[in-house]
Each structure stands twice: as structure tokens, then as C-alpha cells.
Design a protein around this ligand. Structure first.
Ligand code: SF4
Ligand code: SF4
Length: 115
């Protein structure tokens, strides 16, 4: 399942820098307006815009893979100073689905392998 940022977030922005798939956005930034088009990757998605926050950083579920195949612990969780990132139990996804999402996102973020 995707991760979500809790109300404990103090808007430090460290997680945004660490996320390999640009899934994390600052409060109030509407990712749709900058032409992110990842919605088609989740065919069985029950995701709504509930993830958006105008108060603290937020994670776009369709772009979050739980860092599968990259890190055992999600990178955003590792760097958050407040333990403000948790699994979103409303958005359960199978391992297979997370890996297929990763495969799709890797085609959109090839530069990730250059660093
Ligand atoms: S778990 Fe990984 S992919 Fe998901 S938001 Fe955190 S850093 Fe990004
Ligand atoms: S690292 Fe933690 S406190 Fe900082 S912006 Fe991300 S969720 Fe908020």
C-alpha cells in the first residue's frame, strides 16, 4: 500500500528530496496542474484525492511503490525526523501490484539510475 504523511509533519521537506519517484509534494501544491499523469498505472485503484493536503506534505499514492526493490525501509520513512509517515491501510496493494507500478515508474524516471 502507499504511504501517507500524518498531521505530525513539520514540513521540513527532507522526504521530498529522498523519494526516488517524486511522489511527495509540499502542502497546497496541486500535482495535477503540473501535468503528472500516473493515474492509469493503478487499474484497480480505489484512490481518491483524499491524499491531498493543504497543510503538510503529502504523498501521491499512484507514484509511491513503498520503495520496493530500492530499499527495505521506505526512504521517506528513514529520513523523516518525526516518524510522520505511515502506511495508508485504506490503500492496500499487493506486492505484485507495487512491483508493476515500480516497473512503470522506472520507464518515466530513467535518470534515477544515473545517480
Ligand atoms: S515509500 Fe518510497 S516511493 Fe513511496 S513516498 Fe516514500 S520514498 Fe517515495
Ligand atoms: S520528512 Fe517528515 S516532517 Fe519532514 S516533510 Fe516529510 S513527513 Fe514532514
Amino acid at each position: 500500500m502507499a504511504l501517507k504523511i500524518s498531521n505530525d509533519c513539520m514540513n521540513c521537506g527532507v522526504c521530498e528530496i529522498e523519494c526516488p519517484y517524486n511522489a511527495i509534494y509540499p502542502a497546497g501544491l496541486n500535482w495535477r496542474k503540473i501535468k503528472r499523469k500516473y493515474l492509469s498505472v493503478c487499474e484497480d485503484r480505489s484512490v481518491t484525492d483524499d491524499f491531498y493536503s493543504g497543510v503538510h506534505y503529502y504523498i501521491v499514492p499512484d507514484m509511491c511503490t513503498e520503495c520496493k526493490g530500492i530499499s527495505e525501509t521506505p526512504k521517506c520513512v528513514m529520513v523523516c525526523p518525526l516518524s510522520g509517515i505511515e502506511k495508508d491501510t485504506k490503500l492496500w496493494e499487493s506486492e505484485e501490484h507495487l512491483y508493476s507500478k515500480k516497473q512503470y515508474l522506472d520507464t518515466l524516471h530513467p535518470w534515477r539510475y544515473w545517480s
